[in-house]
Design a protein around this ligand. Structure first.
Ligand SMILES: NC(=O)c1ccc[n+]([C@@H]2O[C@H](COP(=O)([O-])OP(=O)(O)OC[C@H]3O[C@@H](n4cnc5c(N)ncnc54)[C@H](OP(=O)(O)O)[C@@H]3O)[C@@H](O)[C@H]2O)c1
Length: 276
């Protein structure tokens, strides 16, 4: 299902290579900038809009002096685009930061007929981990950071796409952020034997298109919002622990992570979307 990887190209890289999704957004841009502040970092921004991507990369290079910042284009709501991204990737990947998300006010579907929040906020995390897992394994030790939210709940395994329930963007969003934590649990068990950690976090309440679409502003700065995801991507603790959920750099007990049976059911349900 996922493309073969040229493992021969992954050899003793001197750089730490990071992939950040949603890097044109409020929090993602600062995650990328904070990572790029390390001169040994190579940061790949995965974006869907080339003009925004170019401007973001230019801004980060100017702010950090690190020339190793580039972008790749992909609409993350679409499996094929993620598969193509993994297929054209060369070299290692040491940390995948799943951060892109949306919260459209009215129910929308992708061209493949998948509800947009489920596709972007949940399946893109799942598809990226699957598509890059061989590359991450060959680059290990490696990490996955799933940017989730404290605002999570209401997931219905029998109606993940709001086909039977009335759609409202807040309910679909809360469900998707619960799913981020559940998939963190499912993937942490599968990837731990390969030296890959998988953790989830709440970033911070930051003013953004997403938060505005959900009806709030956000009282934290983008730098504060980026702090915990970047810490998980760079601090030893993000490698020493796996399958955990963090807020403000502290682990928070999470029932969605503890419920491995539901997590596994969601994982298998996501697998069923690979044919779409
Ligand atoms: N803001 C908060 O207060 C808050 C609180 C808790 C959790 N979070 C989480 O933090 C993360 C970042 O949120 P944010 O507030 O920074 O949101 P944002 O500013 O609205 O940014 C969202 C990013 O996702 C990208 N994106 C959306 N759909 C995409 C698609 N189909 N393909 C590729 N990229 C796509 C957007 O690209 P475009 O620029 O092209 O639209 C943008 O770069 C999300 O996971 C969110 O759930 C945020």
């Amino acid at each position: 299902m996922f493309p073969p990887v040229n493992l021969a190209s992954i050899q003793n890289s001197e750089s730490l290579v990071y992939l950040v999704t949603g890097a044109t957004g409020a929090i993602g841009k600062v995650i990328a900038r904070q990572l790029a502040a390390n001169p040994n970092a190579e940061v790949v921004l995965v974006c869907r809009n080339s003009a925004k991507a170019e401007q973001t990369a230019t801004d980060i290079v100017a702010a950090t002096g690190n020339p190793k910042v580039r972008f790749e284009l992909a609409d993350l709501s679409r499996l094929k685009e993620i598969q193509n991204l993994a297929e054209r990737w060369t070299g290692p990947l040491h940390a995948l930061i799943n951060n892109a998300a949306c919260a459209p006010l009215a129910r929308q579907e992708t061209p493949e007929g998948i509800e947009m929040q489920f596709a972007t906020n949940v399946l893109s995390y799942f598809w990226l981990i699957e598509a890059f897992s061989d590359i991450l394994k060959a680059s290990a030790p490696a990490r996955i950071v799933n940017v989730a939210s404290y605002w999570a709940g209401g997931l219905n395994l029998n109606d993940l796409e709001f086909s039977r329930r009335r759609y409202d963007n807040d309910s679909a969003y809360r469900q998707s952020k619960q799913a981020n934590r559940m998939l963190t649990a499912a993937f942490s068990e599968k990837l731990q034997p390969f030296g890959i950690s998988v953790n989830a976090c709440h970033p911070g309440d930051v003013n953004s298109k997403l938060s505005n679409d959900l009806g709030f502003g956000g009282h934290e700065t983008p730098d504060q919002g980026a702090e915990t995801p970047v810490w998980l991507a760079t601090h030893p603790i993000g490698m020493e622990t796996t399958g955990r959920y963090y807020e403000r750099k502290h682990e928070v007990d999470c029932g969605y992570i503890r419920d491995r049976q539901a997590a596994d059911t969601l994982y298998r349900t996501c697998l069923d979307y690979n044919g779409r």
